[in-house]
Write a protein that binds this ligand. Structure first.
Ligand SMILES: [Zn+2]
Length: 81
């Protein structure tokens, strides 16, 4: 009997969908690829410390690569409809 399928066979079809739900924001200071993950439909702007807009950002995330604190402003979220 050969009823057992390797688990990888079912995971494979789901992987591409998951990746499309997130996008990566690059760090504006050191240009590393991934400062933070955001929703795929979220539009964000990033500011380095001292830049105009930094003080009024919505979120702050410390870059794991350059250790700068990056301000993130959420501009809007595209609607699903
Ligand atoms: Zn950085």
């Amino acid at each position: 009997m050969h009823l057992m399928n390797p688990p990888l066979a079912t995971r494979r079809s789901k992987a591409p969908n998951r990746q499309h739900r997130l996008q990566r924001l690059p760090c504006p200071a050191c240009k590393c690829e991934r400062l933070i993950d955001t929703g795929f439909h979220t539009i964000s702007k990033t500011f380095v410390f001292g830049e105009v807009g930094y003080d009024t950002a919505d979120y702050y995330q410390k870059c794991h690569s350059c250790r700068n604190s990056i301000g993130i402003q959420k501009l809007n979220t595209a609607s699903y409809t």
